[in-house]
Design a protein. Sequence first.
Length: 420
Amino acid sequence: FALRLLYSNLKKAKLNGKEMMADPFIEILTHCVRYSKDTSAILLSLKSLHMLLRLELPSMKIFKKVLSSQTLQILATTSSNTNDEMTQSCFKTLSLLITCHLKEVNISMNNDTSNSTTTLQHTNKNKVPLSDNQMQVLISILQAAIIDTEQQNATFSVIKAITATKYISPEFYDLTDSILNMTVQSQQKSVRQHAATIFMQYLIEYPMGKQKIAQHLKQMVLNVKYDFEDGRLSAMELLYGVIQKLPIPLLEEFVHVFFLPLVLQLVNDNSKVCREKASNCILTLLKRLSNKLLQSVYEYALRWSAGQGDESQQLRRTSVQLFGIFIDARLDFMKKGSRAEQVVSYISDCLDDEIGSTDHTNVLLGKEWEMCYFCLQTTEKIGKCIPSLIQQEIHLWENVIKCLVHPHPWIRFISSRIVC
């Protein structure tokens, strides 16, 4: 009854500067968790501690390690049922304890100026309130929990708290591999998003060698080919975030790991949403590259545009799409030299070929219209960014006007936009 009354009051109470009055309850509730044999009493104690742990009370420094060990012990006996309320409560308690401990360690590091090197080495070993053996047990429980449980918010909160400490162990690296797989394989969107957030934090902030980074990036790129659309979309969203946040030297080192697979998805993916996301990923990648690397990537589009014959049709269409993305991403780069002029000339030649060779039957069946459409799409982008470049291109305008009566509605629509 007393625990239920305390929990009820803590939920409703507004301490407003009287937090220290709650400090003695830390010891009492810790004893309840350690020595009580009643499951309901332990559960109520943990729920009350959830609120007190956020207050950063002085007694937590004394009892956090004891409470962490006892909570892990309870978790080890109940983890076979990961959806159980006690298991979820234990996960939440551990995430709060790890977070509180990390804050204390960081404050200690900032305040101790007498021997910064020794302090750093010491605190790096003690950023979690559990021993290495206990951490191995916890990570093995988490590994099983992320696979089995449907209520994964508390599970992910523990993993996120551990990630913030930059705790290093082979078991934790294995856990992050599982989390990366979950970003595409889970059937629940919320789980995929949680997994992606944690993996992003781990990839950007964790200390790891080039080989490990390369392994993770390659797996992320492979995930964009996942069989199901939701998984592919989640993989591209994660990749988009990584391209945005990865340090530029590292991004440039792995640019070809990203670029070619994304171009393949842009061309071959059956989902319009996934193709748009692939386009956004490429655009963001191009924005962050130096001119030197940008030129090496641009040369792919030039080589593909030079293909001859029907077997090179798809490559030429891909190059036109890429020219449009280059204009959106790096107009400064396209204005240098005669790049933009060359693109306009190439588009004009392509439209000549397409309009002269269009088989209206195939167009109505959904074939042989894409090249014409992407040429017009890139023309529209040039017209918005560098209007003077196409104003005097009489032959190009003749082809655009011919497209106003093209059998395919998309081509009629975009050509009318250009003319207007």
